[in-house]
Write a protein that binds this ligand. Structure first.
Ligand code: CA
Length: 364
């Protein structure tokens, strides 16, 4: 590993020296280490799905072009190589070098991973990145995955989601009772305690389940993705806000041995490309959601409405109960939740006088 890095560094240095005089060599990248890598990446998304699936396709494309073809990554949709929810295991075992999904899909295996996608009433997009890169969040994430031979990288974010599609009105907490809803992660456990029945299924199965009445409600992402699945044709009521996912971060998982095999410059390219995908995806969703929401507001068969405050208050109080109870039995959960909520407490104060206060001025 050390020798490889040294050799790579030396080759890069020799390349840089020769580049000064021979521009053609620089352009063709012949000054770099010639070793090439071909990786497979499994995902939880339908192949080339807008936003989520395209983010990882874009990641592979950027890495290949930035590395001048030295690291090629073939992306597989959920179920193409391994089942949609088994990306974590495939990367952990080294069956593939890379995976892309949401860390809360590992609930039951590594429960505390949920903090790195989203927890109900938790950090938004801006805050999650602040916590990851400057507040110790990413270090905790890497510590959590270390026993599984996986190095995680933040790679994509949907921004604050929508509460979801319901085929009945939610006017009070009683309306949650008996509701069968597709909702993964901690949000699912929260609605279970509120009297509903949460179910988990890959995105590709949601529309049919909602249309046939196998489920009464679903959350998915937001207008941009929900319209692409046609969910507005399967249920009438579209509730906001996405209390369950206030800024869902996606992850790029890399097998530890595969990561160690890369020379330092390719590691840097992977890391920077993951950051670029997070920025790019947020831009895509900001744009796509604005247009898709307009379409839904104009649709006479759709009603876009807010959850009643007392419903949100109940769900928030249940969330805090679960976080506290789990902290008593799971030391890593406790360590992560302490860091997460300490960060949120400080950040909330700042968000109130900046983003929140500013957005209010638009309606004055
Ligand atoms: Ca969601």
């Amino acid at each position: 590993m050390k020798r490889r890095q040294f050799v790579g560094g030396l080759a890069a240095a020799v390349g840089a020296a020769s580049c000064a005089g021979e521009k053609t060599d620089c352009a063709s990248g012949t000054g770099q280490s010639a070793e090439t890598f071909e990786w497979s990446c499994v995902t939880s998304w339908p192949p080339k799905y807008p936003g989520l699936g395209m983010a990882v396709e874009n990641l592979a494309e950027r890495i290949e072009s930035a590395s001048n073809g030295r690291l090629k990554i073939k992306v597989y949709g959920g179920g193409e190589l391994v089942p949609a929810f088994e990306a974590f295991d495939a990367v952990s075992r080294g069956t593939v070098e890379m995976g892309h999904d949401a860390s809360y899909y590992h609930k039951g295996k590594v429960d505390a991973a949920q903090f790195f996608t989203a927890v109900p009433f938790g950090l938004n997009y801006l805050e999650l990145n602040g916590w990851f890169y400057y507040g110790g969040g990413l270090e905790l994430w890497r510590e959590l995955y270390e026993p599984f031979n996986i190095i995680p990288f933040p790679c994509g974010n949907t921004g604050v989601q929508m509460g979801g599609w319901f085929n009945r009105e939610i006017n009070s907490v009683d309306d949650l009772k008996g509701l069968k809803m597709r909702i993964p992660g901690l949000g699912g456990e929260v609605i279970r305690r509120a009297g509903a029945t949460p179910v988990t299924m890959p995105g590709s199965e949601i529309f049919t389940s909602l249309q046939t009445g196998a489920i009464d409600a679903t959350e998915w992402v937001g207008p941009y993705n929900d319209v692409s699945f046609g969910l507005h044709k399967a249920a009438k009521y579209y509730y906001y806000p996405g209390w369950q996912e206030p800024g869902a971060g996606l992850e790029c998982m890399i097998n530890t041995a595969a990561w160690a095999s890369l020379p330092a410059d390719l590691q840097a390219i992977v890391e920077i490309s993951c950051q670029a995908i997070t920025t790019d995806m947020m831009a895509e969703y900001t744009h796509g959601n604005a247009f898709a929401l307009q379409q839904l507001v104009d649709d006479p068969d759709v009603e876009v409405r807010p959850f009643p405050d007392d419903v949100l208050r109940l769900l928030k109080s249940i969330t805090h109960d679960i976080v506290r109870e789990t902290a008593a039995t799971d030391p890593m959960w406790d360590k992560i939740q302490k860091s997460y909520y300490a960060y949120m407490e400080k950040s909330t104060r700042n968000q109130r006088v900046t983003e929140f206060a500013y957005l209010r001025t638009r309606d004055l």
